[in-house]
Design a protein around this ligand. Sequence first.
Ligand SMILES: [Zn+2]
Length: 109
Amino acid sequence: MKKADVIPIAAVIAAAVIIALVFVPKQADTVRITCENAVYEYPIGENRRVELTENGVSLTVLIENGRVSVEKSTCRDQICVHTHTGSIICMPARVVITVEDGEYDHVAG
Ligand SMILES: [Zn+2]
């Protein structure tokens, strides 16, 4: 490979890295609600309520002011309702709520 071929490729990779760093702001965080048969994603910057029913448990997920919480749930243990940091897990509903940091460098599997 000639040197003239290498430089443009390096420039493209460098540009891609810069674009990724500049145009993927931290505010692009995503709330991911993982259910048994589906995954829902919402931007954490938009306030909303998400109602869902899984395995006979009705959950109301509240996204407000950049935070996510379970406002109410009909599950037995109510652990999800009392979880305010990190991942929220509702075992009876088999629902996991996580906040993704908007970076797409995760390795699948
Ligand atoms: Zn629960």
